[in-house]
Design a protein around this ligand. Structure first.
Ligand code: B12
Length: 265
């Protein structure tokens, strides 16, 4: 196998470091020889070379869709790239359930919803519903979780109200649509409404969706972000670890406050 130059990492197509990519995009014009040429120009304007149009088709009246193969010389120094990642020991459902009942000593209460105008429920259901996803059972099936799944198009305020009513330990937000960065807007909306009510530290905050990364979640003040391919046991394991961390901290802080109180007397 050819050695990879991690300091100048390039896409791989046919041969190592050939910089070959495949792009797809839509142009708001009917398909034609001129549209095909325009697509080639656009890809060249982006700095690609060896541009080939692999596919052009009509995608609605007045629109053409392209798949383009091309190459780039623009590399990245992989050794300098930083991205936060959840590094948790892998555990299966039985182990997590046992640990929650032994260490948390009660079910972790969670409330999940897909907020705003977003009507996609499959992702949230994959994590929460009994049947789960990818052969991995969902959180409703664990004895260690008490789950409220509010479904989709839930106003942020109602999600918070319900979390308060259930005395939830965690809020699980799902954001699938990302047009005009609506997912970011809605993530911010939850955070700012929690802050307004002085509740931003009360809940473990988890967000998931295809365009959500752990990095984005942390930047917006959430505890974790789960993207495409996340499995229910990954989420369960994170919630268990975070919950133990929260419980460890709470008694300690209380003890310290008490100790300080005594000294002052
Ligand atoms: C099914 C589907 C629909 C169904 C939804 C049915 C339902 N009950 O959910 C229907 C037909 C209703 C629909 C409607 C629309 N859709 Co749609 N839809 C899809 C589709 C094909 C699949 C989504 C899906 O179910 N994925 C499977 C699940 C398992 O994956 P997932 O959501 O990524 O979830 C995983 C992770 O992200 C994560 N996760 C997700 N949520 C959460 C939450 C937590 C707490 C955690 C921990 C993890 C987590 O874990 C999950 C498991 O690994 C996608 C295209 C695609 N292939 O992804 C488009 C797609 C999402 N839809 C899209 C669009 C545009 C729409 C519409 C706006 C179309 C329109 N013009 O009407 C409407 C929006 C309606 C609305 N108000 O929201 C676009 C979004 C583009 C964008 N950039 O935002 C997509 C990407 C299609 C496309 N390529 O254009 N859609």
């Amino acid at each position: 196998m050819a050695e990879i130059d991690l300091k100048n990492l390039l896409p791989y197509g046919d041969t190592t470091q050939d910089g070959a990519v495949q792009l797809s995009f839509t142009l708001p014009v009917e398909p034609s020889a001129k549209a095909r040429e325009a697509a080639t120009h656009i890809a060249r304007n982006w700095g690609f070379f060896d541009v080939k149009i692999a596919h052009m088709s009509k995608i609605g009246i007045g629109y053409s869709f392209f798949v383009v193969m091309a190459r780039t010389e623009k590399s990245v120094d992989f050794t300098k790239v930083e991205a936060p990642q959840l590094d948790l020991e892998k555990r299966d459902y039985k182990e997590i359930d046992k640990k929650i009942l032994q260490e948390v000593k009660r079910p972790i209460r969670i409330v999940g919803a897909c907020t705003g105008f977003d009507a996609h429920t499959v992702g949230l259901d994959a994590i929460l519903n009994m049947k789960g996803f990818d052969g991995d059972i969902g959180l409703e099936r664990y004895k260690g979780f008490r789950v409220v799944n509010m479904g989709s198009q839930v106003p942020t305020e109602e999600l918070i109200d319900r979390a308060v009513k259930e005395n939830a330990d965690a809020i699980l937000l799902s954001k699938v649509v990302s047009q005009k960065d609506i997912h970011i807007y809605d993530m911010r909306d939850l955070m700012s409404q929690l802050k307004k009510r002085g509740l931003e530290k009360k809940f473990i905050l988890v967000v998931g969706g295809p365009r959500v990364t752990h990095k984005l979640a942390l930047e917006l003040g959430y505890d974790a972000g789960f993207t495409i391919g996340s499995r229910p046991s990954d989420v369960a394991n994170f919630l268990y670890e975070k919950m133990v961390e929260k419980l460890d901290r709470t008694p300690k802080e209380k003890k310290e406050t008490k100790a300080r109180g005594k000294k002052q007397k």
